[in-house]
Design a protein around this ligand. Structure first.
Ligand SMILES: *[C@@H]1O[C@H](CO)[C@@H](O)[C@H](O)[C@H]1NC(C)=O
Ligand SMILES: *[C@@H]1O[C@H](CO)[C@@H](O)[C@H](O)[C@H]1NC(C)=O
Length: 664
């Protein structure tokens, strides 16, 4: 049946059907799946895809940041995770020794006003006398986030704050998980006078071994009382030297994301407002940050990855930051419009932190952190799908007016749908989240086909296939999302931006499946949908061409065509992507019309994402079981017959001859 995907149950549909059947029979093409894909590459029918079309959405979920992208190795570095009231839990810190040799607890004697808790360690044993310390000494250790990854010849910067009633001899080491092997160590010594007040100590440790499951330990064989606080171990080797774990940040960079939305959805809201992400509590010197309990996803974060670091990450990735602000709503509470003013001011201050000159109140805080140049913050999202809440619209208006008054060029994103936006309830973009089954996601390739073409455009800031067939990241889920993205490309006159969710999962704390990137302390791999996103990384700012598929009795294909120019060698490619979401192989005749230059077969290639089964996933054991495979295309031409495997995503990248004027 020569039916286009975007059909409707109508008379027209019936007519097309009858026509198509007669056409099919007249050609006698009854055996196998064969189809036709027509692409109109003529410049007059081309349309530019928005420059910021495909980006990423980072949420602090699944230990994505704390114990993930943020390279800090110590968990609960300030001993605040147990809460401000003491005595408190010091988890995941543990004690080396026992009650006859050491007593460890917390008190509120910290040097830092905003994070009052410090660790008090009373050592009862000594190197001589009646209570001799066990060999190796006694003390505390921190296993990090399910083991610290320490690498041979790499250097780690240690910082800690110490105070003592007596002279100090404290050995700081990176050790194996049982403490028996030491990868590196350094002994802090000093007189009673030297440590009578809180003192910051910093030094480097260079590891002599690889150990992905190591721990930090602080031990002594000297009796006395020592307080410790804000203990940090950072690898020196991080992405652009800015503290991001290199393998994970590189995986993001490889997607060429055009924007970075942060810090999350529910994470920005909190289950309760007292636990929401408050940007101003996450900036300034790391040791002064209070940290907070991420109640939405059930863990503590020291806020090493704070507002500044998110902005820095966006800059390092060449992406525009999109800040999701807390607008006075949590999962369980709402601030009423009559009392929202201070929260509105807080967000305007946050924009000043990002964009204000280095002499401005908040811009000066940013400058003191090493970034006098303003960050390029242009997008602010008011809340996380809260349009249904009682005070949302009233509060939204307050945020909108205050932000526009101070920063007229900022794009304000509404949580309400397009139909609610009007001159009296204005928005530059409206936010859409899509979580659904793979078959529904596939059908949403036409989701925006009938959207009114005028008015604000959509940002699809969260989308994912969820449920059984999504597993922990299956091929079929990736294919359904690919079809959805193909539909967004085709509708990029009404859709401005898109990002999947969630981005990361630490395999030791899986709060949500599936996720695009899986990691543990030392390994990482992309799920099929991570690889799928590579098929779209050249689309932002590219030129879209109309295309249509004709195929009988097989409604499982989705396709798009773009031309884009490589920034590396200035070559221009016609990129044709075809999703085959069904279980049948398809022979497809592709016909390209309207090109004003020729196609070069040398340099053209075909890239396929598929696997032997639709539910196949990647794993630490087989990280690239489902990953793109490229091969040269010797039949690249304006007319060509290609084959599509069942359950596959194929990209045909046709190298175009150089022309004097570009094809866009
Ligand atoms: C596709 O074409 C090849 C030959 O070019 C043929 O062997 C195969 O049967 C065809 N497959 C289908 C599904 O029509
Ligand atoms: C503490 O550990 C020592 C060995 O270092 C052992 O001799 C002693 O019995 C232990 N005491 C308690 C109370 O467990």
């Amino acid at each position: 049946m020569a039916v286009q995907r975007e059909d409707a149950g109508s008379w027209l549909h019936m007519l097309v059907l009858v026509y198509a059947l007669s056409w099919a029979f007249s050609l006698g093409s009854v055996a196998g799946q064969t189809g036709q894909l027509n692409i109109d590459a003529s410049p007059q029918n081309a349309r530019k895809i928005p420059d910021k079309m495909f980006g990423i959405f980072f949420e602090e979920i699944n230990h994505a940041g704390a114990g993930g992208l943020w390279a800090e190795l110590v968990s609960n570095r300030g001993f605040e995770a147990g809460g401000p009231n003491t005595p408190s839990n010091i988890d995941p810190w543990l004690i080396i020794g026992n009650e006859s040799s050491i007593i460890v607890g917390t008190d509120r004697t910290s040097y830092f006003e905003r994070n009052p808790v410090a660790l008090r360690m009373e050592v009862l044993c000594d190197s001589k006398g009646t209570n001799v310390c066990p060999s190796g000494g006694v003390g505390i250790y921190n296993p990090g986030y399910w083991g610290m990854n320490v690498e041979r010849r790499k250097v780690y910067k240690v910082a800690l704050h110490i105070r003592s009633l007596d002279a100090v001899s404290l050995t700081v080491s990176l050790a194996s998980s049982n403490g028996l092997q030491k990868m590196a160590s350094h002994t802090i010594t000093g007189s009673k006078k030297q440590f009578a007040k809180w003192t910051k100590i910093e030094f480097h440790l260079k590891s002599n071994q690889n150990n992905a499951n190591s721990r930090l330990q602080l031990t002594t064989s000297k009796s006395g009382v020592i307080w410790l606080d804000q203990v940090s171990v950072m690898p020196l080797d991080t992405y652009m030297g800015h503290g991001f774990r290199k393998d994970l940040a590189s995986m993001l960079a490889n997607l060429k994301p055009q924007f970075l939305k942060f810090p999350g959805g529910n994470y920005a809201m909190g289950n309760y407002l007292r636990n929401a992400f408050r940007w101003s509590e996450t900036v300034g010197p790391w040791e002064e940050r209070p940290g907070h309990f991420n109640d939405a996803w059930g863990y503590w974060t020291d806020d090493g990855l704070g507002f500044f670091e998110f902005l820095q990450l966006a800059e390092d990735l060449g992406a525009l930051p999109v800040w999701v602000v807390n607008d006075g709503a949590s999962q369980n509470e709402e601030v009423s419009t009559t009392t929202i003013a201070s929260l509105v001011k807080d967000i305007v201050d946050g924009i000043e932190f990002a964009r204000g000159g280095p002499e401005s109140t908040w811009g000066s805080v940013r400058a003191a952190m090493g970034h006098p140049q303003p960050f390029n913050l242009n997008y602010v999202s008011i809340g996380n799908q809260e349009c249904w809440m009682l005070y949302y619209r009233g509060n939204y208006q307050k945020f909108y007016s205050a932000i526009k008054a101070a920063y007229p060029d900022i794009n304000v994103i509404s949580s309400c749908d397009k139909s609610t936006i009007s001159p009296s309830n204005p928005a530059d973009l409206y936010d859409v989240h899509v979580y659904t089954s793979s078959s529904d996601m596939f059908s949403r390739t036409s989701m925006f086909d009938n959207t009114p073409r005028s008015g604000p455009k959509a940002i699809i800031s969260e989308y994912a296939v969820t449920g059984n067939d999504a597993g922990k990241g299956t091929l079929v889920a990736a294919l359904a999302e690919a079809a959805f993205l193909v539909g967004l490309e085709r509708n990029s006159d009404v859709v401005e931006m898109a990002s999947c969710a969630p981005l990361f999962v630490n395999d030791n704390d899986r709060r949500w499946s599936p996720d695009a990137i899986v990691f543990n302390s030392w390994q990482s791999y992309g799920c099929p949908n991570y690889w799928m996103l590579h098929f779209f990384k050249d689309s932002s700012g590219a030129t879209l061409h109309p295309s249509n598929i004709q195929i009988s009795g097989y409604n499982q294909l989705a396709a798009s065509a773009i031309t884009w120019q490589s920034s590396k060698d200035k070559s221009t490619y016609l990129k044709i992507k075809v999703v085959n979401f069904g279980n049948k192989a398809v022979n497809l005749s592709i016909s390209v019309s309207g090109l004003n230059v020729g196609i070069k077969s040398s340099g053209s290639k075909k890239t396929v994402l598929t696997s032997s089964g639709p539910l196949d996933e990647n794993s630490f054991q087989q990280p690239e079981k489902v990953a793109p495979l490229s091969s040269p295309m010797d039949n690249a031409n304006q007319q060509m017959d290609v084959s599509l495997g069942a359950y596959s995503l194929t990209s045909f990248d046709l190298l175009l001859e150089q022309s004097k004027h570009s094809s866009s």
